[in-house]
Design a protein around this ligand. Sequence first.
Ligand code: ADP
Ligand code: MG
Ligand code: ZN
Length: 618
Amino acid sequence: MKDQGPNKKIFYRGIIRVVIALIALAFVSSLIYETRDEPATINITELAHKITAGEVMKIIVAGDNLKIELKNGEKLVSKKEVEAGLTQTLVNYGVAPEALGGVGIESKEQSGIGFWLSIILPALLPLIFIVAIFWFLIRQAKTGVNQAFTFGRANVHLFGGQKEKTTFADVAGLKEAKKELEEIVDFLKEPKKYTEMGAKIPRGVLLMGPPGTGKTLLARAVAGESGVPFFHISASEFVEMFVGVGASRTRDAFLTAKKAAPSILFIDEIDAVGRERGAGLGGGHDEREQTLNQILVEMDGFDQGTRVIVLAATNRPDVLDAALLRPGRFDRRVVLDLPDIREREEILKIHAKGKPLAKDVDFSRVAARTPGFSGADLANLVNEAAILAVQEKHTEVGQLQLYESIEKVILGPARRSRIVSDKEKEITAYHEAGHALVAAGLKDADPISKVSIIARGQAGGYTINLPLEDRRLVTKSQFLADLAMMLGGYASEKIMFKEITTGASNDLKQASTLARRLVTRYGMSEKMGPLTFGKTEDLIFLGREITTEKNYSEEVAAEIDREVRSFIDNAYRKAVQIVTKNKAALKAIARALIEKEVLEQEEFYAIIKPFKLRGIKA
Ligand code: ADP
Ligand code: MG
Ligand code: ZN
């Protein structure tokens, strides 16, 4: 672990440089001002003499101070007696009233301070100037300076005090996770109950689950329920440009939490630092390693009496360092899954609270159409529906707006305004009809729930097929059906127009990716057998697969390519077969699409019913 030495040193060196520059400036300016003649001070007796001698032209009275201008241009200052007026004083000093008559006496209602200020100010000006420059420089450097001061400090945020407390009631579903965390809350509230029983207190709880499943939300709910201080930090904040910062911030965060015990420390997105050590790419890896080590050290440093519980969240438990998961660290693991249909309905209802709903709203049907949606997606969906309702000038959110928002969340907003030529519209219609027809013709494909040729996001049109029920496992047959369906658009274009457009490029990309996965990841190729090929690393900051380390020979690589190709070829053959055998149905779907632009599930199946699809499925 390195300390903060270098950073501090640089900072202090800077300060010293500024101070030296200032001293030099002050010295130079004092030289300049030394040579300027200050008005000499005389006493009141001398003034009286000068008046009598007729040398004085003007006296300016400001409070007790006198500014005297002589006829020869010389300037003097003096002070009169505090109580008496100037004339009175001068008369007392033996000045004849006639002599006084020749002197202009001006009285300025000025305080003594003001007078002196007017004399001192010119001398002060350069100093003020310098101070101003200095202040300006500091302001400029402020961010940097602040950082230098607080570098090793963690930005631990104390939760609570928010206007709206999050509670478990705000979290739908996630029953097991909630139960687990309720225990933790209970322990923090009444530790005695547990210690008397001899029960060991959990140190760390790791929340794991895909993005948007409510990990952060759940942690916030724990904060709301427990009533103890709750510190929140995102692990990505630990990782900075400078090595050593993360470790020192970790120390600081734990210290803060310990001081406030009983308390909860929540480290969000812990995979940012907790990745398997030695697996890093680029320069960040040393730093993460140190930070991770520090977290381990801190957690081991808790003695049995320490009432600090460390909560952490990650969506990549697979990349976490094994050391984090050892007993005494994050020994409790809570898995948050994507919501099932009933949970989706609950989540929708939670987020619809406070929004005026039309009578026709049926959340169970929205839930049925949103398999694979995370809690965050559903929250987003409800919000989009509300926005849509406003735009369409409804007073309530209706079922239609909810349906419309499903596609918006999946594909981006509709672009109805995009003007398409008739030819382009026809091609798009046949393309989508191809997808839909192939899916309908395969018994392993999911049923079509919507076909549309309204552009959305990047897509010129889209076909949505959804599983009847949530599925966790996907079979090889399902994958093969998906592959064929992906190529249905391409097949249809080629057969109908003897020509291919760019519209199919995304389909091809998806199909290629899927086919390669079947071979290299899922062991679904007969020839390659139950092996995985290639080791993928994730680039930390993007969280995406970036590099694929080839851990196989060139021959194997060629074999993989052949297998991928054969998957694609077979799928394409199937698609072509279905399209050619059912051209009449294809044409009917395309015509309906050109006319209506959107076909819902019932409409679609009504159109193809009379054709009795020939091929694979009745
Ligand atoms: P992550 O797991 O990525 O940390 P978040 O906790 O940030 O996900 O969830 C994002 C948003 O999604 C939450 O603020 C909430 O609005 C919504 N959400 C996710 N899961 C649920 C849930 N189970 N119940 C209610 N809302 C949820
Ligand atoms: Mg989160
Ligand atoms: Zn397509």
